[in-house]
Design a protein around this ligand. Structure first.
Ligand SMILES: NC(=O)c1ccc[n+]([C@@H]2O[C@H](COP(=O)([O-])OP(=O)(O)OC[C@H]3O[C@@H](n4cnc5c(N)ncnc54)[C@H](O)[C@@H]3O)[C@@H](O)[C@H]2O)c1
Length: 412
């Protein structure tokens, strides 16, 4: 066997009821995983020599994935190729979805309820890809059962509940992480370093936006605790607080532009959460930023990120301008214009293996190797507080002071 080949776990799998067990996946090579690995993504230190040697294949984290809907089609190809992951279980309250993905990705065990998954085939890491409203409850169940957790956004429904989850995790020596991972991209690192080096002079303002015509498959995006902020603005809020520092105050206006929609799972529904959001952030020191998101934005590219080539994040200061080309979750480069060099010049066009779908695989890599991500639960909780504060501001017309913070700068 090639020394760069990751050995497969030869453990025999029991066949649970309702799941088809097909042949095991083929081995993943270092070259293949390196394209999407933590170190490439974070442009950090070099891989330790021998980590992939035939004598020392990386520890594979036994993983259970809950929620087998749309986004599982993006996560499972990455997780099942990662040399740090062995996906042992799938779970969905719509059991046919778990069964379908189990067959497609050759995963041995599937369950219709979290309690059955937790009591079934042993695993140590749960990846939560369920409805936004379910994350808090399911994350808590998993932590209580002694599992590390990667959660799609949001980690919880409120700052206090999220902080409680983090306390629970820490008290049990468990890890808790939440999407998105925009701060892992080399474009984010490039922008952060330009700001830290003072390339834009005195930073004054920033803008970011993300919208499309809204998901058509599930009602939860439009129901209580859903909305365009936790689904879309969350990316821009993570990026801008990551670049400019934790926010101190929030002012927002939110609205519902389309009060009724037709979605695949429930037919005609009432939209009760904002599908149109304008959020202003005060980062202190005079720096103000603006994030807008919505489910009523004509978008010729739909959900296809790589076709977007306009700036969706821009930062301006007294001596320069910087624009992120494409979306912050799938960036294509960064343009900079400064007083010294006023013609915009493009940098950071190489993704270096970063893809937005790799968060849970990177978290498993951390569990296996002891390395750290730039993504932190404290940052995710700060963004969650901004979202709930924006709701309060819009409802009351007040400027809302924030209480949470996170370790910043992220990239040094
Ligand atoms: N779809 C995307 O492209 C995309 C991209 C990035 C992030 N996300 C995020 O991923 C999450 C899921 O979104 P989606 O588009 O995949 O939704 P979806 O409706 O397609 O899938 C959610 C799945 O979770 C299952 N589920 C709900 N409650 C459950 C429970 N208690 N136990 C087990 N299974 C449960 C549902 O039956 C469904 O199959 C959301 O937080 C969303 O914001 C989605």
């Amino acid at each position: 066997m090639n020394s760069a080949t990751v050995m497969q776990d030869s453990r025999r799998h029991r066949k649970p009821s309702g799941c088809s067990v097909l042949s095991r996946p083929r081995p993943v090579t270092r070259r293949e995983f390196g394209k999407a690995g933590l170190l490439a993504a974070a442009s950090a230190a070099a891989w330790p020599v021998g980590a992939f040697g035939a004598e020392s294949p990386p520890r594979r984290i036994r993983t259970g994935v809950i929620g087998c809907g749309s986004v599982s089609n993006a996560y499972l190809p990455v997780l099942t190729k990662s040399p740090f992951v062995e996906v042992v279980s799938l779970c969905d309250i719509k059991p046919e979805r778990a069964r379908r993905q189990a067959e497609r990705f050759k995963i041995a065990h599937c369950y219709p309820h979290i309690d059955e998954m937790l009591a079934g085939e042993p695993f140590e890491f749960m990846v939560n890809l369920t409805d936004m409203q379910e994350h808090e409850r399911l994350n808590r169940r998993a932590l209580e059962a002694g599992k590390h957790v990667w959660s799609e956004k949001p980690i919880a429904n409120s700052l206090s509940a999220g902080q409680e989850l983090l306390r629970l995790a820490k008290s049990r020596n468990l890890r808790l992480w939440g999407a998105p991972i925009t701060v892992q991209s080399p474009q984010f690192a490039f922008m952060a370093r330009q700001l830290a080096a003072g390339k834009l002079g005195r930073v004054a303002a920033a803008h970011a936006d993300y919208g499309h015509e809204g998901p058509t498959w599930s009602a939860f995006f439009y129901e209580k605790l859903g909305g365009s902020m936790p689904d879309l603005a969350v990316y821009n809020l993570t990026t801008l607080t990551g670049l400019l520092g934790p926010a101190k105050h929030v002012v927002a206006m939110l609205s519902i532009v389309t009060p009724e929609r037709v979605v695949d799972d429930k037919g005609r529904i009432k939209v009760t959460e904002e599908d149109n959001a304008m959020v202003l952030l005060d980062h202190g020191n005079g720096v103000i930023s603006h994030v807008q998101s919505g489910f009523n934005y004509f978008n010729p590219h739909g959900h296809e990120g790589h076709e977007e080539t306009r700036y969706t994040v821009s930062v301006v200061g007294s001596a320069g301008f910087m624009g992120l080309v494409g979306y912050d979750w799938e960036p294509l480069g960064v343009d900079i214009a400064t007083k010294e060099s006023p013609k915009p010049t493009r940098y950071a066009t190489d993704a270096q293996g970063y893809i937005w779908q790799q968060g849970a695989a990177l978290a498993a890599e951390c569990l296996a190797t002891g390395k750290e991500l730039l993504v932190t639960p404290e940052h995710a909780l700060h963004v969650l507080e901004i979202i709930t504060a924006a709701r309060e501001s819009s409802a009351t017309g007040r400027r809302i002071a924030l209480t949470s913070t996170f370790k910043w700068p992220i990239v040094v």
